[in-house]
Design a protein around this ligand. Structure first.
Ligand SMILES: Cc1cc2nc3c(=O)[nH]c(=O)nc-3n(C[C@H](O)[C@H](O)[C@H](O)COP(=O)(O)O)c2cc1C
Ligand SMILES: Nc1ncnc2c1ncn2[C@@H]1O[C@H](COP(=O)(O)OP(=O)(O)OP(=O)(O)O)[C@@H](O)[C@H]1O
Length: 307
């Protein structure tokens, strides 16, 4: 695990001397991000120096488009995933309004002081600084004045297009969890706290853990999915319904329900993790509760056989 530093007034910028940095937000730490991180790691190995990833404590989009944003992971999970990516150090910049308003040159001067690293790696089209005015060319011009090799890498393309967090969010919103997992390099996951439901699941003979998932992490479209659910470190197969149950839309508030196979515990108040594996069907309103039960039972059987 890499050591994580907050880049504030107290941070010792000498640490950047000679280092090779990958720079960006990295929501999802997807395969494109992993390719860029590998460039910084390989460069550092050649130079015999340290590899860094330079990122922000808060995703800038949370400040600029808070209502539309559907994130792939929390900021905390993103920083932990970067720390586990193979780099030596994670340097976390405080994304305050003041910092966000720095023009590109001042942004770089504040970040590095007199300690420009040996190299910076970004993807083509990378933007930074106030109003996203800084481009990879701005960065390269600053690099040539500060003896820092800047490389804007071709974006990794998979399945016909560049991999990006935006593309993965789009796939999840359509329920395409398998394709999203191929671009992420792992299934998409989300955590939520188990809250009480209306008790109708138990009456129907199908108990469900009702979850509260923060709105900005509900990247996935409504529908029924096959998933794994991790409870206190143990993994269970599950059939999951995302979205307000259409049949009971007037009476329910929960936005996600999971039926865990072969599980009979009381987990109210627990934080559990859902790992989405396959799309099963759209959610729909049923006129008859027996039909709803039959549909859910067949989803559960599918999960039992295929996961
Ligand atoms: C795998 C699965 C699929 C579901 N599909 C639907 C659906 O298509 N339409 C619907 O109205 N509710 C659906 N539900 C939600 C049930 O209606 C819900 O579990 C029931 O209302 C119990 O709610 P409660 O836990 O709040 O008591 C589904 C639930 C599960 C676990
Ligand atoms: N497919 C890719 N291949 C290589 N580098 C990439 C790729 N996607 C992003 N990068 C680079 O990784 C760093 C972090 O990128 P950023 O967080 O902007 O990712 P993104 O996936 O493009 O996000 P978004 O879709 O929200 O713009 C940046 O330097 C960016 O240019």
């Amino acid at each position: 695990m890499a050591e994580i530093f907050n880049v504030d007034e107290s941070f010792d910028r000498n640490r950047f001397d000679g280092a090779c940095c990958a720079f960006g937000v990295f929501d999802g730490v997807h395969k494109g991000h992993q390719a860029l991180l590998s460039c910084a790691i390989e460069d550092a190995a050649k130079r015999g120096s340290a590899s860094f990833v330079l990122t922000f404590d808060t995703d800038p989009d949370e400040m600029f488009r808070p209502n539309e944003l559907k994130k792939l992971m929390t900021n905390g999970d993103r920083i932990q995933a970067l720390a586990a990516s193979g780099v030596d150090f994670v340097a976390v910049l405080p994304f305050t309004r003041e910092f966000a308003s720095l023009p590109p040159e001042q942004f770089l001067a504040w970040t590095f002081g007199e300690h420009a690293p040996a190299s910076i790696h970004v993807g083509c089209g990378f933007r930074f600084g106030a109003r996203a005015k800084g481009t990879d060319e701005t960065l390269a011009a600053w690099g040539s004045r500060n003896m820092c090799d800047v490389t804007a890498h071709e974006l990794l393309c998979l399945e016909g297009a560049p991999v990006s967090a935006t593309r993965i969010r789009g796939l999840l919103s359509e329920g395409a969890v398998e394709e999203a997992a191929r671009l992420l390099g792992k299934p998409w996951k989300v955590r939520g706290t188990v809250v009480s439901g209306r008790g109708e699941g138990a009456q129907m003979g199908i108990r469900t853990a009702n979850l509260r998932i923060p709105d900005n992490l509900r990247s996935i479209g409504d529908g029924v999915y096959a998933a794994y659910v991790i409870v206190d470190g143990k993994r269970y197969k599950a059939a999951v319904n995302m979205g307000v149950a259409a049949t009971f839309a007037d009476r329910t508030t929960s936005n996600c329900e999971a039926h865990l196979l072969d599980f009979d515990g009381d987990i109210y108040g627990h934080e559990i993790e859902l790992e989405f594996i396959a799309w099963l069907r759209p959610m729909r309103a049923f006129d008859d509760v027996d039909e709803l039960i039959a549909a859910i039972m067949s989803n559960i059987e599918w999960v039992r056989e295929h996961l």
